[in-house]
Design a protein around this ligand. Structure first.
Ligand SMILES: NC(=O)c1ccc[n+]([C@@H]2O[C@H](COP(=O)([O-])OP(=O)(O)OC[C@H]3O[C@@H](n4cnc5c(N)ncnc54)[C@H](OP(=O)(O)O)[C@@H]3O)[C@@H](O)[C@H]2O)c1
Length: 324
């Protein structure tokens, strides 16, 4: 079957999503919703989408939409996702799933009650490089992984009106960028049992630098970092008892992996054509075709747990969102 997608929030990532959808055979974007009719029209014109809504509720009432891609700022994810879930639509929601674990759990409970699919759009998990990473770890290529380090940061000009610097929209480096190092940590080492974090809160109230040390059961550790005011290497390393795996920049979407041991480094290529967002779309389709209501690759329990890790880090660095 061919899936009919709606897009809520025709901004930057939604444009990339539309490009990615052109390379997917069994799905199309058939409708778009914006707060403004003219922005919905602009997106519709650009990507050839016939049905345009000048409010988010119109898309919820569209009976010919199966799945909604929620691509609004994180502060809106809970309300937007609930709107579509309660209308019986499957939802792929941009990361982070919500502003905090309480909202994330509310979304999960609603999806369970409505019997619809829900997934946080951590696209990394479905890329060829992350699939290769899973095989390397499962095959014991580096022995037992004990240590994960990852960083993600860009220099961004401070602009109080921009999403990244707007506390009310859930701005800051941690939720926008830091979530990728955190999801690598939980992918490889599972959930932490202790977290120690520090950060720098800037003039607009959001975190501009943050670092956290996560201790995992079994004496394993991760170090995660994010920044809005400095370019970071945006790489990651996983150290195991018999070697290490390097994820080159950008660590959330690498096209190869380095596998090192005893002075040797092997390169594992994992290239892909076009926009890598299509792999998460294919995963949504696969799950729906198999009757699944969540993806084993990015489970809802893990998404709620990641939201909880971000909550703990935020509490330690004093990053509080309105309505938290
Ligand atoms: N997967 C990735 O690689 C990736 C990359 C970038 C961002 N993201 C995630 O995607 C989401 C959107 O990010 P983006 O960079 O696309 O943001 P963006 O360019 O600012 O677009 C967000 C869209 O949301 C809509 N919106 C609804 N309420 C809004 C409000 N109160 N303020 C501002 N916009 C509002 C706006 O459309 P209308 O005004 O037309 O309704 C806007 O175009 C975020 O959750 C972010 O973390 C993911």
């Amino acid at each position: 079957m061919s899936f009919r997608w709606g897009v809520a929030g025709p901004g930057g990532i939604a444009a990339r999503f539309a490009d990615a959808m052109t390379t997917v055979d069994d799905g199309d974007i058939v409708a778009v919703a914006s707060r403004s009719a003219s922005r919905a029209d602009a997106y519709g014109d650009r990507f050839g989408i016939a049905r345009r809504y000048g409010d988010y509720a119109g898309l919820a009432e569209d009976r010919d939409v199966d799945i909604v891609y929620v691509a609004t700022p994180q502060s809106r994810h809970v309300d937007d996702a609930l709107l579509y879930i309660e209308a019986g639509k499957h939802v792929l929601c941009e990361k982070p799933l919500a502003l905090n674990a309480r909202q994330a759990q509310q979304m999960v409970d609603a999806a369970h009650a409505a019997g619809v699919f829900l997934m946080e759009a951590i696209w990394s998990r479905f890329l060829p490089s992350y699939v290769a990473l899973g095989h390397l770890l499962a095959d014991g290529r580096i022995g037992e992984p004990l240590f994960v380090e990852a960083d993600f940061g860009f220099r961004t000009a401070v602009d109080p009106a921009a999403r990244h610097f707007d506390l009310a929209l859930g701005g800051g480096g941690l939720l926008d960028l830091g979530i990728y190092p955190v999801q690598l940590s939980t992918l490889v080492l599972g959930l932490p049992d202790r977290i120690s974090a520090d950060g720098v809160i800037g003039a607009t109230g959001v975190d501009e630098q943050v670092a956290a040390v996560l201790h995992h059961p079994g004496d394993r550790m991760s170090v995660v970092k994010a920044a809005l005011r400095v370019p970071m290497a945006c790489t990651a390393r996983i150290a195991g008892t018999d070697g290490w795996i390097g994820l080159p920049a950008f660590m959330h979407c690498p096209t190869w992996l380095d596998v090192g041991a005893l002075g040797t480094v092997d390169r594992i290529d994992a290239p892909y054509e076009g926009d890598g967002l299509r792999f998460e779309v294919l995963e949504v389709h696969r799950c729906l075709n198999e009757g699944l209501r969540e993806s084993p690759g990015m489970s809802l329990a893990e998404s709620v747990a990641i939201a909880g890790i971000l909550d703990t880090i935020r509490a330690q660095i004093g990053l509080v969102f309105p309505g938290d």
